[in-house]
Design a binder for this molecule. Structure first.
Ligand code: PLP
Length: 234
């Protein structure tokens, strides 16, 4: 199947999952995860109507960006772990950083935003499964609390919500309790009406579990394999 056909199929599955949950499919963003893929495949997805893309590594995207040429309205999100020495480059290249997981990272991104006159939309990544190998800030941690409190002084960041990658389970249903948990965390934060904290985005769900994520309230699903096919193993 072509990338265009895959995108059409994923959009149809998004619509069905949204209807099951009595939600409007238009409120769910489909992000194509283009990590490891050559530029031609990304351009093909763009031609098929995809506009929001997720990349994992600053360095990799830096190497692709000039070859991508001008793709009007395309939006590039960093969704992988960011090293603090790459924050300036990340702010330069990306339209949004969806993987903020420390106060230090937020401070650095804000500083880079300030020096380039950019206001950067960001999500806070939550490690819902508490897995040591995964990035993300722990739910209920003091680090998370400090990010929420710090937002008031970061006027070059626009915190828009939460992102998570739950522990992998073969069965998509295994992700459901984690998605539900992220939704509850979001509701809890939103209810506090903190200064400069928006909570409209819930980025959760990947190729194997995005329908479950939508049933649990995702407003953005990050889909790689189901659009582009299996990635070559690194
Ligand atoms: C790779 C990746 C995805 C997409 O994964 P697929 O299973 O290929 O859909 C989504 N989110 C993050 C953070 C990723 O690293």
């Amino acid at each position: 199947m072509s990338i265009a056909e895959n995108i059409a199929q994923v959009r149809e599955r998004i619509a069905k999952a949204a209807h099951r949950a009595s939600r409007n499919p238009d409120e769910i963003i489909l992000m194509g995860v283009s990590k490891t893929l050559p530029v031609e495949r990304i351009v093909e997805a763009y031609a098929a109507g995809l506009r929001v893309f997720g990349e994992n590594r600053v360095q990799e995207f830096a190497g692709k960006v000039s070859a991508l040429g001008d793709l009007p309205d395309a939006e590039w999100h960093l969704i992988g772990h960011l090293q603090t020495n790459k924050t300036a480059k990340a702010v330069e290249l990306f339209d949004a950083v969806d993987s903020v997981d420390s106060v230090r990272m937020a401070e650095k991104l804000n500083a880079s935003g300030e020096s380039t006159g950019k206001i950067l939309p960001v999500l806070i990544e939550i490690n819902v499964g508490g897995e040591t190998a995964k990035s993300g800030v722990a739910a209920g941690s003091s680090e998370l609390e400090q990010i929420l409190q710090g937002a008031a002084r970061w006027d070059h960041l626009k915190i828009k919500g939460l992102m998570t990658v739950p522990p992998y389970t073969e069965d998509a249903e295994g992700s459901r309790p984690y998605f539900r948990q992220l939704c509850q965390i979001r509701d809890g934060i939103a209810a506090r009406k903190l200064s400069r904290i928006g909570m409209e985005i819930l980025s959760m769900g990947m190729s194997h579990d995005f329908e479950v994520a939508i049933e649990e309230g995702a407003t953005c699903v990050r889909v790689g394999t189901a659009i582009f096919g299996e990635r070559a193993k690194a």
